[in-house]
Design a protein around this ligand. Structure first.
Ligand code: DUC
Ligand code: ZN
Ligand code: ZN
Length: 484
């Protein structure tokens, strides 16, 4: 076969194996993987390099208004470019429903925004208004279009669905093979803490950390899992930030629940001490759930190594340190009015490689699983996340020895800071491909605006997850009532 491109002489790493070999690419797909391949209109020498599936960023906020109306600094052009520099070949940002908006309208809005992307994309919906027509017609239509995941919130007054609302939407997801993602924090615990802190005038950024207790996350994670088990629906817990939350996930997952989870680099690299930087600097580190402590960092790394998490995702939520972002509501404002989130789409994989693989906390195979393969399985990207014949040629070639110091000036996003400023990283994606096209090469952008394509996704892969039947919903144990 005449290949368009052959990547030769590299160490190919997948979620299952690592071996020296060559990859032949034809028409945007991987056509062959072998010890040696001849030919290729272009031959890329990967000697001394590690060749992995391009990252799939499964948690990013791009061209998205928050529920309080702040627009992210990154649109689909800058966000996708930044992702590509960070070793990603595709991403799944959120498409957020505003109250009263139809899901069809949400998708049309984000289709227009995403047309600028340089990498392949899909969306997770965010559902804030699950009216009957949303549950009965609009969501099933979105699932049929290949948008097979959505996020709901257990916190924030404008977003919180309540337990009954959660059960309704989890049931719809189960019936259609979709997966519900959840932001799990107990709304009333957070509001109670906010009131207590405000009454004492404790409103500096550092108080954000204690306003959202670890127990609020643990309680909500447990509750979300029990709700999902009652209706036997798959559930994905986003941005787990606590040891207790991770413990619950692990216990339930290994008892067969249809459960998936992620954590994020900020919970591994930063602590609540960062919120106590001078003046309003701490505002840069306000995200929810909040940063925790070094003991939590160790515990989360342990859980990553043990398989508690499918993915390490960035939760890239870029709000600039100015009046367009963090300070849209004013410059000297109490922490609850400061925009919630931080950037990190380019740092996710270099951080995970450097602190994970290079420091021996995880294997190279785990790195691939956490950065790409598991996200492809969980979110139904059936042609992505693996290096094997027939798969999209979404590939990243890493120099495992390159040393990089992270600086805001070197980023390619639309932000004016990085929370990872000054961090020393070992390992860098030098060449990144999307469907066989080189999009980043040795620091140079090769992609064109709009070359990314929408990825229609399959239902969640539930192999190895037997699930749970509540006896009250089992006709053999509930006097024969058919309730499911
Ligand atoms: N949840 C997120 O996933 N990102 C930003 C803020 C939030 O609450
Ligand atoms: Zn969230
Ligand atoms: Zn998020």
């Amino acid at each position: 076969m005449q290949f368009d491109t052959v990547i030769h002489g590299g160490t190919i790493a997948t979620a299952d194996y690592t071996a020296k070999g060559d990859i032949g690419i034809k028409d945007g797909r991987i056509a062959a993987v072998a010890e040696k391949l001849e030919g290729g209109a272009r031959r890329i020498d990967a000697g001394g390099r590690i060749v992995v599936p391009g990252g799939i960023e499964a948690h990013a906020h791009i061209a998205q208004e928050s529920s309080s109306g702040v627009m992210t600094a990154d649109d689909y052009l800058s966000g996708s470019i930044s992702a590509a520099y960070g070793g990603n070949s595709s991403f799944i940002p959120f498409a957020a429903q505003q109250r009263g908006q139809s899901v069809d309208d949400v998708i049309a809005t984000y289709d227009a925004r995403a047309a600028r992307s340089v990498i392949d994309y899909s969306y997770h919906l965010i559902i804030s208004d699950p009216k009957p027509e949303v549950l009965e017609d609009q969501l099933p239509r979105a699932f049929a279009r290949g948008i097979t995941s959505f996020k709901v919130f257990m916190t924030y007054d404008l977003m919180n669905l309540g337990d009954g609302g959660m059960l309704d939407i989890l049931t719809v997801a189960r019936e259609h093979g979709a997966i519900t993602m959840v932001h799990a924090e107990n709304n009333d615990m957070v509001k109670w803490m906010n009131r207590k802190l405000a009454a004492k005038g404790l409103t500096a950024p550092k108080y954000h950390a204690i306003s959202r207790p670890e127990l609020a996350e643990q309680e909500a994670i447990n509750r979300a899992i029990q709700l999902a088990k009652l209706v036997d629906a798959p559930l994905f817990i986003v941005h787990v930030s606590t040891e207790g939350g991770a413990e619950i996930v692990r216990r339930e997952k290994f008892n067969g629940a249809k459960l998936f989870a992620e954590t994020c680099p900020q919970y591994l690299a930063l602590t609540r001490a960062d919120l106590d930087r001078p003046g309003m600097e701490g505002a840069k580190y306000i995200c929810s759930p909040p940063l925790r402590d070094s003991r939590t960092q160790d515990a989360l790394w342990h859980h990553i190594a043990q398989g508690t998490f499918e993915s390490v995702s960035s939760d890239h939520a870029p709000y600039r340190f100015d009046e367009t972002g963090k300070f849209l509501n004013g410059s000297d404002i109490p922490y609850p009015k400061i925009a919630n989130g931080m950037p990190g789409i380019a740092a996710r994989l270099p951080y995970l490689f450097s602190e994970g693989v290079v420091k021996g906390r995880i294997t190279l195979e785990q790195f691939v699983a956490l950065s790409s393969t598991n996200a492809a399985k969980t979110f139904g990207c059936e042609t992505k996340g693996r290096i094997a014949p027939g798969m999209d040629a979404d590939i990243a070639i890493w120099n495992p020895e390159a040393r990089v110091t992270v600086t805001a000036a070197d980023q390619h996003d639309n932000m004016d800071y990085t929370p990872f400023e000054g961090m020393e990283i070992t390992g860098k994606p030098e060449i990144v491909m999307n469907r066989g096209a080189v999009i980043v090469e040795h620091g140079e952008l090769k992609a064109k605006e709009g070359q990314g394509r929408f990825v229609a996704r399959q239902p969640v892969d539930l192999r190895g997850k037997p699930g749970f039947t509540a006896k009250e919903l089992d006709p053999s144990q509930n006097f024969g009532a058919e309730l499911r």
